[in-house]
Design a protein around this ligand. Structure first.
Ligand code: ATP
Ligand code: MG
Length: 564
């Protein structure tokens, strides 16, 4: 049978869903969830999962739950719960009244554990963690059965009751599923269901001294919430037989689990353990350091939710792990910011320019376009006066071939203003460094065009020195200096690949006077330099900007050469 065009453009998960809708497998329902563990901040990889789960629900008119899989009281904190909710909302998704916690199901899970003991499918085991590991076998060697495996149902019920009552020390006993110690799939070798752990839980406090394992919680939580398509990452493929086993033994509602490849990005680490280490070790300033791949870091850096959603859309979903070029993420960002970011002029490394023939006291308000991509964004006034700043890099006393910007005797255009010609150079007597340029302007070229039609080869950005507002600008590069940060010599770890030049702070920058109204989070294109956003560190005395991304689009370049 020939597939229609729309069918062909579906991803493999959508194909499964549409087949299910056709056969009315779930009574026509589609119900997904995003199930983070509140043990860290969300990162760009989670965004892929969020966009996928909320996106599928939206596409098929179903709900998507937000559920915290909070089974590990030691690593979980309220701080993470709050940040996760904030980040999901910021990305543009809404769980409405469907906020759940696996810990809300602790009573039900406990009942189910008792049920499995009663049917002879679970037993209390007295092996230590180390002994349990030794009994487990390896991928090539079957495990050995625990000597406690054949306890009677009565003994197991009694011991489990006493585990719960707090009669035994932490780690001294576990409840295990009685499955198969020689199963090729290690997850099926009598996995632990409950452990004894005296730790306060962020929601249930000290109610429990036994906690269910993630594997005894996740599938049942999906079942309780009547999820139809339980979408998760590939590493859970090997856990699926175990989730199936629990649900079948319990005889409860059984969602379908579908695995997809997790997102991996070049120059980036995504493991929560590593991100936590970077934060705790002071390698970055915090979870929201603009170099972090966390959603709060990307937000602070100036990423828009739209650009992240568009990136997730473009990478699609597949069944095989692969690494995505971070240049694609940056490309999606530029594409979005190009449409929405207001243009402005900023001078990052200033060089003073005096226009000798411009009247001392005159200030002209010149018209500048806010966004050439969007006429609706209007124009603004930029003050022009006798003393200006230009970018130090835009002048060379002794210009090499192909350097078309300002040099002695040369004429260039100042954007939205006039043609100027450099007539002389002032140098620091001690260092020989150029500290000031003297130029003349042609009053006939107001607005940036010569009535006689003569051309210049460069257009520079500039600011009026008397009106410019001081600012600090932070330039970022990749946090790691290798595409694969894990690629290190023996005995070292990913931290050996941290990029020592990932942050450059420029003080003594200047921005347009209108910038005094900018507030943290506002995004701009600094003409000719890139996209920047106002950092929360800004004070009324001093603005601080993060460079979100420079203008040069390496992805577009790669895509172009590949087409050839
Ligand atoms: P942990 O090692 O702490 O379990 P995790 O990255 O799996 O870390 P979770 O909070 O369990 O974090 O993840 C929530 C959801 O996000 C899961 O469904 C998980 O599969 C998905 N997810 C996590 N990392 C990625 C990634 N890099 N790409 C796509 N999805 C991801
Ligand atoms: Mg996980």
């Amino acid at each position: 049978m020939e597939k229609s065009d729309t069918k062909r453009s579906l991803n493999f998960i959508e194909e499964i869903i549409e087949d299910d809708l056709r056969t009315n497998k779930w009574d026509g329902r589609v119900h997904t969830r995003f199930p983070p563990e509140p043990n860290g901040y969300l990162h760009i990889g989670h965004a892929k999962s969020i966009c996928l789960n909320f996106g599928l629900a939206a596409k098929y008119n179903g709900p998507c739950n937000l559920r915290f899989d909070d089974t590990n009281p030691i690593k979980e904190e309220e701080e993470y719960v709050e940040s996760i909710m904030e980040d999901v909302r910021w990305l543009g998704f809404d769980w409405e009244d469907r906020l759940y916690y696996a810990s809300d199901y602790f009573d039900q899970l406990h009942e189910w554990a008792v049920q499995l003991i009663k049917t002879g499918k679970a037993y209390v085991c007295d092996l230590t963690a180390e002994e349990t590991r030794q009994h487990r076998g390896t991928l090539t060697k079957p495990g050995t059965e625990s000597p406690y495996r054949n306890r009677s149902v009565e003994d197991n019920l009694d011991l489990f009751t006493r585990m719960r009552a707090g009669e035994f020390p932490d780690g001294s006993r576990t409840l295990r599923a009685k499955i198969d110690m020689s199963a090729p799939n290690m997850n099926m070798r009598d996995p632990v269901m409950y452990r004894i752990l005296r730790a306060s839980h962020h929601r249930t406090g000290d109610t429990w001294c036994i906690y269910p394992m993630y594997d005894f919680t996740h599938g049942q939580s999906d079942s309780i919430e009547r999820i139809t398509h339980s979408v998760c990452t590939l590493e859970f493929e090997d856990h699926r037989p175990l989730y199936d086993w629990f649900l079948d033994e319990l005889g409860v509602y059984h969602p379908r689990q579908i695995e997809f490849a997790r997102l991996d990005l070049t120059y980036t680490v995504m493991s929560k353990r590593k991100l936590l280490e970077l934060v705790q070790g002071g390698y970055v300033s915090g979870w929201d350091d603009p170099r972090m791949p966390t959603l709060c870091g990307l937000r602070r850096r100036g990423y828009t939710p739209e650009s992240i959603r568009s990136f997730c859309q473009r990478i699609g979903v597949a069944k095989f792990n692969s690494t995505i070029d971070i240049a694609l993420l940056e490309h999606c960002l530029r594409e979005d910011l190009n449409k929405r970011a207001r243009r402005t002029m900023a001078v990052l490394r200033p060089l003073r320019v005096v226009i000798d023939n411009y009247p001392e006291d005159l200030v002209e308000d010149l018209d500048a376009v806010n966004n050439p991509e969007d006429a609706g964004m209007g124009t603004r006034k930029v003050p022009f006066s006798r003393v200006l700043y230009i970018e130090r890099d835009d002048f060379r006393e002794d210009p090499p071939r192909k350097f078309f910007r300002l040099a002695p005797g040369r004429e260039v255009r100042l954007r939205y203003a006039y043609f100027i010609t450099c007539v002389s150079v002032v140098k620091d007597e001690q260092t020989g460094e150029v500290v000031e340029l003297h130029c003349t302007y042609d009053p006939e070229t107001r607005g940036g065009n010569a009535p006689d039609g003569r051309k210049v080869k460069a257009t520079l950005h500039w600011l009026s020195a008397a009106h410019a507002v001081p600012a600090e600008v932070r330039l970022y590069d990749h946090l790691f200096n290798k595409p694969d940060p894990g690629d290190v010599p023996e005995g070292q770890d990913y931290k050996a690949n941290l990029n020592p030049d990932s942050l450059t702070v420029l003080d003594g920058c200047y921005v347009e006077p209108a910038m005094t109204n900018a507030v943290p989070g506002d995004r701009f294109q600094f003409e000719r330099q890139g996209y920047f956003c106002v950092d929360p560190d800004s004070t009324s005395g001093k603005l601080a900007f993060n460079r979100t991304v420079p203008l040069r689009d390496t992805w577009a370049k790669i895509a172009k050469t590949q087409k050839k």
